[in-house]
Design a protein around this ligand. Structure first.
Ligand code: GLU
Length: 419
């Protein structure tokens, strides 16, 4: 299977080329950025609870490490493949560059449906994967983190496996760890909190204020959507719809967000929430709301359904939830789009804080984490807005231009080895 077949990779490449044209980037730099530095495929055999052995395909792709060690999550999902992982690694390169982190871009994943495995099987899967990619990761090389289908427990198993192999407690090898094994306060909520910060920055620019009349629909009520819902509803906004794999729930006067969170935390799905009015995920995306937050997965708003979207602000909480066509169409219609590499960068920013705290063995309080997160995101947001105005391009291209400008400068200074 080719590295380059996935829609997400083709989209990322097209965005890169369009941004590069608009800013007049050096073609030699773009030529390098089209390809990952290193793409690793490993096989992960584990013994299932019934005694049989099953092998899973797994990957780690390091797209670019000019600015620092590779950084990016590990995804456990049945659609994971080398091409999608490469696209996501490329997005991480631009995300880290955009927000000014001294980190490169990487991503990993296992082609698996984690909900079909027991806890013991998941632990075996994570530990064997960590062993297989172990030689290529490390606090100075490449630092994984959670993504779809993985969490703090996964990171604790990964960190433990790497530490067992190396003979010391290596806190810096992964981020998104539980607090008790070197995690950072504020990391779990950071991606969603960053989405809420960006929504506020955008609202300021639009001359609007979040209040009790503000309506929000959130596609995906997981690690990103949940804290975003909490923060925006704490500001008074009405979260009128949220969704998960079972479907979407809707209440035009605003859902009871804490009740929905408790429900999901207890392991139940949204469609079974008592009193919930069920709608489909497509209906959620087409709701007449002020703010739409696609926070689940890529390719959710496409040329097929983009005409149904009615929100005036879209915050890309997931990676690549809007296709290139949808971004162009909705931007032309005047919809304010906060692009993924800016909107969901809160996660990797606090991952960076976690890595720094772990290396220094000195930990910060949550207030400090959130203040620093806010400052970094605000600077990046302003940078994207200024590129949007200067180059007269949509916000997605503006974000790519802002990221590319930083990467291009660093890549030129370091030069091409061996020259
Ligand atoms: N998986 C998250 C992302 O896509 C977080 C990555 C990280 O913290 O390294 O940005």
């Amino acid at each position: 299977m080719s590295l380059y077949h996935s829609p997400l990779y083709k989209d990322a490449l097209a965005q890169l080329e369009l941004a590069s044209e608009a800013m007049g980037a050096d073609p030699n730099i773009i030529e390098r950025l089209k390809y990952p530095k290193r793409a690793i495929q490993v096989s992960v055999p584990i013994r299932l609870d019934d005694g049989t052995v099953k092998t899973f395909e797994a990957f780690r792709v390091q797209h670019n490490i000019t600015l620092g060690p590779g950084k990016g999550g590990i995804r456990f999902h049945p659609d994971v493949d080398l091409s999608e992982t490469t696209a996501l690694a490329m997005l991480m390169t631009f995300k880290c560059a955009l927000v000014g982190l001294p980190l490169g871009g990487a991503k990993g994943g296992i082609r698996v449906n984690p909900s079909e495995l027991s806890r013991q099987e998941l632990q075996a899967l994570t530990r064997r994967y960590a062993t297989e990619i172990g030689p290529f990761v490390g606090p100075d090389k490449d630092i994984p983190a959670p993504d779809i289908g993985t969490d703090a427990q996964t990171m604790a198993w990964f960190m433990d496996t790497y530490s067992q192999i190396n003979g010391y407690a290596a806190h810096g090898v992964v981020t998104g760890k539980p607090i008790s094994v070197g995690g950072s306060l504020g990391r779990a909520a950071a991606t969603g909190r960053g989405v809420a910060y960006c929504v506020n920055f955008a609202y300021d620019r639009m001359g609007k204020k979040i209040d009790t009349n503000t309506t929000v629909a959130i596609h995906g009520f997981g690690k990103v959507g949940t804290p975003a819902a909490e923060d925006l509803s704490a500001q008074g906004a009405k979260i009128v719809a949220v969704s998960d794999v079972s479907g979407a729930i809707y209440n035009e006067s605003g859902l009871d967000v804490p009740a929905a969170i408790d429900w999901v935390k207890s392991g139940k799905v949204l469609k079974d929430l008592p009193g919930a009015k069920l709608i489909s995920n497509d209906e959620l995306l087409a709701l007449d709301v002020d703010i739409l937050i696609p926070a689940a997965i890529d390719g959710v708003v496409t040329s097929k359904n983009m005409e149904t979207v009615r929100a005036s602000l879209i915050a890309e909480g997931a990676n690549g939830p809007l296709t290139k066509e949808a971004i162009t169409y909705l931007s032309d219609k005047g919809v304010f789009i906060i692009p993924d590499i800016l909107c969901n960068a809160g996660g990797v920013i606090v991952s960076y804080f976690e890595w720094v705290q772990g290396l220094a063995n000195f930990f910060w309080d949550e207030d400090e984490v959130n203040k620093k997160l806010h400052r970094i995101l605000k600077e990046a947001f302003d940078d994207v807005m200024s590129k949007h105005t200067k180059y007269k391009v949509d916000m997605k291209k503006a974000a790519m231009i802002a990221a590319l400008a930083k990467l291009e400068a660093a890549m030129k200074l370091r030069g091409l080895f061996p020259g």
